[in-house]
Ligand binder design. Structure first.
Ligand code: PBG
Length: 336
């Protein structure tokens, strides 16, 4: 047997780091944080161990905890004090995210990205105002009468997204991240930001966001579960990958600065394709379900949490992500 080729030579302790192809840096991680206008107390999120909803008064302290670990960027999500059919609290000048932004940006050095969406602000929990789906009232002759299907009104939602993005920029957001998967959202927000004098504020688009079962814990955390139906009319079908390239291309044409794929681990093929086909920085969102399942297994003693989390994040990097949004950000950064 010819054993000229022995890959194991480079796996010896003193050389493995020299030849390692991928590494994790705190500077690549973004920590999601939740600010809650309905409470005066910090409340643990049961399905996301180690994460809390914090009151507006506590948000600066929360962000400082993140910064102490070496992570420099946060993604801010808000839970408003009240909801309505249109989600009007999402763009209120004194809204929860706007208040939090003013404090965090004046009192800390964090780079603050905001989630621009309506699902936490509408009373029905969908990502925009509703309309009857065209054609859905049609009844098959002789068949049972059926209720019209309600769906999110794309173009009405765009108006709201503009207002939200501009209100976040005014309150100090460093970057905005539209997550509603509405057609045309990036272009609309880009023009609105430019007109309002925020040409320098980048957009990170949730470009390929799938209708995923892995968002469950987040919907508890942010109180944004749809009260009926699901999000399959606007988020992507997990069966599709070419469609993700189409979504990313459209967002590129509309001026998105960073392309996000979400979730991360079940969609590493999409992360790799976006990396190959586009020159934009690629972000991947290691979502709440990906976090919760490792915690649940570790709690049972079935796997080593730190090792499994590190391996997950490294895999996301290896697939091609430049940035990772993850609930593990602080824990991992502290160990790097
Ligand atoms: C929507 C939004 C969601 C997440 C981030 N932004 C929820 C959804 O689409 O239902 C999920 C993040 C996670 O699961 O960690 N504004």
């Amino acid at each position: 047997m010819d054993l000229t080729h022995r890959p194991r030579r480079l796996r010896q302790d003193r050389v493995r780091d020299l030849v390692s192809e991928t590494s994790l840096e705190p500077a690549d991680l973004i920590a999601p944080v939740f600010v809650d206008a309905t409470t005066d107390e910090r409340t643990p999120i049961e399905s996301m161990p180690g994460h809390d909803r914090v009151p507006i008064d506590g948000i600066v302290a929360r962000v400082e905890e993140v910064l102490e670990t070496g992570v420099e960027a946060v993604m801010l999500f808000g839970i408003p004090e009240s909801k309505d059919a249109e989600g009007t609290r999402a763009w209120a000048e004194d809204g929860v995210v706007q208040e939090a932004l003013r404090r965090v940006t004046s009192e800390t050095d964090a780079y603050v990205i905001t989630d621009v969406c309506l699902c936490e602000y509408t009373d029905h929990g969908h990502c925009g105002p509703l309309e009857e789906e065209l054609g859905s009232e049609a009844v098959v002759e002789g068949g049972p009468a059926c209720e019209p299907t309600m769906t999110v009104d794309n173009d009405a939602t765009l108006d709201a997204l503009e207002r939200i993005a501009v209100s976040h920029a005014r309150a100090g957001a460093d970057m905005v991240a539209p997550s509603g998967m509405m057609d045309g959202m990036v272009g609309t927000i880009r023009s609105a930001l430019d007109e309002a004098g925020f040409e320098h504020v980048p957009i990170m688009s949730y470009a390929a966001k799938y209708e995923s079962a892995f968002y469950g814990p987040f919907r508890d955390a942010a109180d944004g579960a749809p009260s009926f139906g699901n999000r399959r009319h606007y988020q992507m079908d997990p069966a599709n990958s070419r469609e993700a390239m189409r979504e990313v291309r459209l967002d590129a044409e509309q001026g998105a600065d960073v392309m996000m794929v979400k979730p991360a681990l079940p969609y590493l093929d999409i992360v790799a394709s976006v990396r190959r086909e586009f020159d934009h920085p690629v972000a991947a969102y290691n979502v709440s379900g990906e976090y919760a399942m490792l915690h649940a297994a570790a709690e049972k003693g079935w796997l080593d949490l730190e090792a499994a989390a590190t391996e997950s994040l490294l895999s996301i990097k290896r697939a091609g992500a430049d940035l990772i949004l993850t609930y593990f950000a602080e824990d991992i950064a502290e160990r790097l």
